[in-house]
Design a protein. Structure first.
Length: 442
């Protein structure tokens, strides 16, 4: 995958080059709003992963002891639409994250520094402190697939070097430091079992920062400098090929969705200040004034990057880009002999293709044009149709293999441009000859 920096640059270019262009009016289906269930205020640090949304807010639900003087952690299960208050004490609980099952956050206890806590939404029960009991402050947790990382730093007469910690919630193992000692480390993140963090080095009087990594896919991982093209930092505002962002419409901020084929779509249009959008699969969350809003955007997203390969007389392969990394239940397609899909191909009406990125279509007529379109089922909701594509099968007498057909294309291209190709070869040989003569003369 591309680096987080490259993704941000690409998104910035494509999103903001359309600011003065047409904006599609998207109307997502609002499925939950915090003001309808609770009077929590103010809400902050929204984080959604899959079907689980967590955030922090002052106050508490009915039956809890929480007052309005400190922050608590709340979770909304989008499958059951059940709202849960995870913490209920006199400490400040902030910076929550989740991986769809485990919730982690930073607990600030007055006079005792900060610690990292974890809660298992599958089995419930009490939350557990996972950071060690030492004199350092532990903060800024991140989680992915059961692995939790965070920073610790001890402060006495000076600021000590920051450390990066790793904890595995699946086996409840003892947390351990994975960063080099005596070097200041901070800002950890984890994605697909690869931990990254920022590491400061001091060369004389010059201090520089560099990204480091710890690859959990290896049998015996060690900290090492991260290659820029392999450095991955997650963004709550990006999932798969879709991005959400807040931008002023001249009076207040509104929420926008950006997709590779749909372009920029405005999701909100109200007199509230909408901010802090985040996306996970087919759900977008944001703050509207002080309300937490959850919307289903299934009707506004579609399968993209559809193309064909290995076209033969009675079959071809259909390929496409995955909409999201996770959460897609099924990809489906319609196949027809007309672009309006009034003459569907039997067996290919809303055909289930499974959760993959390619499918072989068989049993077709030779020398015939077919039209196809796709949809996806994400967390039980069906997306909009993709753009219609077409493919023409080869005549029956064309019995050549796929490689023979490709070689034929190559021969045809070379023969068509033989003169240009020959002149380039001659020019290259002359340059090589001139180079050798110069070397021999020297």
């Amino acid at each position: 995958m591309k680096s987080g920096l490259i993704n941000i640059l690409l998104f910035s270019f494509f999103a903001f080059t359309t600011l003065n262009g047409n904006v599609n009016a998207g109307i997502p289906q609002e499925i939950w709003r915090s003001s309808a269930d609770t009077g929590l205020a103010p809400n902050a640090n929204l984080y959604i992963h899959g079907m689980l949304l967590v955030w922090q807010a002052r106050g508490g639900l009915a039956g809890t002891q929480s007052g309005t003087g400190d922050q608590e952690i709340f979770a909304l299960n989008l499958k059951t639409m059940q709202l849960q208050q995870i913490t209920d004490d006199n400490s400040d609980d902030i910076s929550p994250q989740n991986d769809g099952r485990y919730v982690v956050w930073q607990k600030n206890i007055r006079g005792s520094g900060s610690s990292i806590y974890l809660y298992d939404t599958m089995y419930g029960g009490a939350s557990n402190k996972i950071s060690p009991d030492d004199s350092a402050s532990h903060f800024a947790p991140a989680i992915n697939q059961g692995y939790v990382v965070w920073t610790s730093q001890k402060v006495d007469s000076v600021y000590r070097a920051g450390k990066i910690w790793l904890y595995n919630a699946e086996d409840n193992s003892t947390p351990r430091v994975i960063s080099p000692s005596q070097i200041d480390c901070s800002n950890p993140d984890i994605y697909r079992n690869r931990v990254v963090w920022t590491q400061d080095t001091l060369d004389g009087i010059l201090r520089t920062s560099q990204e480091w990594q710890y690859n959990l896919n290896l049998y015996d991982p060690v900290p090492e400098p991260a290659r820029p093209w392999r450095t991955i930092r997650r963004s709550p505002s990006t999932d798969g090929v879709y991005h959400v962002f807040a931008q002023s419409d001249g009076t207040d901020r509104e929420i926008f969705l950006f997709g590779p084929e749909t372009g920029r779509e405005q999701l909100t249009d109200n007199d509230q200040d909408d901010s802090l959008p985040a996306i996970s699969q087919n759900h977008v969350v944001w703050l509207s004034g002080n309300d937490v809003v959850v919307a289903d955007i299934s009707d506004l997203i579609a399968v993209t990057g559809i193309n064909t390969a290995r076209v033969r007389s009675t079959e071809f392969i259909l390929r496409w880009k995955r909409i999201f990394q996770q959460g897609v239940d099924d990809y489906r397609m319609d196949l027809s002999m007309t672009p309006d899909f009034r003459i569907p191909v039997p067996g290919y009406i809303d055909r289930s293709l499974g959760n993959r990125s390619y499918y072989r279509i068989r049993g077709l007529r030779p020398d015939t044009t077919y039209y196809f379109r796709m949809r996806a089922v994400v967390n039980g909701s069906t997306t909009a149709y993709s753009r219609v594509g077409s493919v023409k099968t080869r005549p029956m007498h064309d019995t050549r293999s796929w490689w023979q057909i490709r070689l034929g294309y190559i021969r045809e291209h070379l023969s068509r441009h033989a003169t240009t190709f020959r002149s380039h070869i001659i020019s290259l040989l002359r340059r090589i000859s001139s180079l050798f003569r110069g070397l021999l003369a020297g």
